[in-house]
Ligand binder design. Sequence first.
Ligand code: F3S
Length: 413
Amino acid sequence: MHLTDEEQQMLDGANGPAVQKAMQILVALGEGFGAKRLIKTNNVHMAGSSVLVAEEAGTRWVEDLRAQGGNFITRVTTNPTAVDPTQWEEIGIPESDNKLQIRLTDAYAGMGANTCNTCIPYLVGNSPRFGEHMAWGESSAVVYANSVCGARTNREGGPSGMASALTGRTPEYGFHLKENRYGKFLIKVETTLQDMTDYGTLGCFAGKIAGQDTPVFTGIPSDPTLEELKALSAALASSGAVSMFHAVGVTPEAPTLEEAFGGNEPEKVYVFDDAEKAKIEAFLNKEPSDHVDWILIGCPNASVQEIREVANALEGKKVHEEVTLWVTTAGSMYAMAERMGYIKTIEEAGGVVVRETCPFLARSRVIAPKKGYKTLTTNSAKMAFYAPGQFGLPTHYGNLPRVMQAAINGVWE
Ligand code: F3S
């Protein structure tokens, strides 16, 4: 792989051991994927920010890089952690995770990260621009950035994100190259998509087919909401390893079907109709009984608009006494929702608005038995896909009105 003089100097250690290590990671990665060179980036979203992922060894690795003089030279935002810093104890998060998380978050902050600790960096100030080369982790955000924003990023892990943040470089391969961004197969949407849960269901369907390939959708309404597109992005990256999709007439690199496929023919054509939608909904509804105990809204993290919808559903009502309702979001979304009075409404009804973590990145295998949770009820296809395998909770899956009804009545109807 070709390196510029400046990059070679970094590799030779001229900028210190942290940068040298970072350059070694990028060169190994680039050579592994056949990149011809490194390209400049000024935008990293760091995936390895939860101690559930980093544990003690990963935390020490980040601390060591900081101790060696590591300093982020790009914009860096961080993914959710394992801890809500304001109420970890009440919601069942182990103290050991809180202690370790403080160390890890401090180490990132000490190198210059904006520790927003959310999977929706594009809603908290890290807004990708069309064509921008980035090094983002967090699969749902990667799909959103590539597809909805037209930015260019591969799915980075913690070490490669760290390496890009320390050097301002990322290897040029995969989704950085236009020729790799075209669609491979077509999905004709022939059913009504009414809300973000329907978009998640579509994403789960397409992800199961896709593997790592890029789907192209036709039949998606021309005016989906941001929340619907984030639900679609998240589900695509859960049931599959998708990094990008095109929706003809909606996403910026798909003004026409021809442009979405780069002039090629789709390798396969699938139809997403009422029957396929019902099959995916049944697949994501793993819990046969009507028992409800833990409810999750906010995967990906809830926007202010979603928090508002939860607050509206709870106005003058109470969450059932045997149900715990989590709405997970970013600190800055929380602050805005607090100003709007939504947090007060949710909390007075007995719900919990959780910041900076979610059941996937917190230690749910400890939280659930401690709190007696036996199921997870959610409007998120991503969470419904992961919960049974990841932390052993069978799921109820449905749209927000249905989930909120379960929160109030205490049964899944
Ligand atoms: Fe975000 Fe956690 Fe879902 S990181 S996308 S809320 S699994």
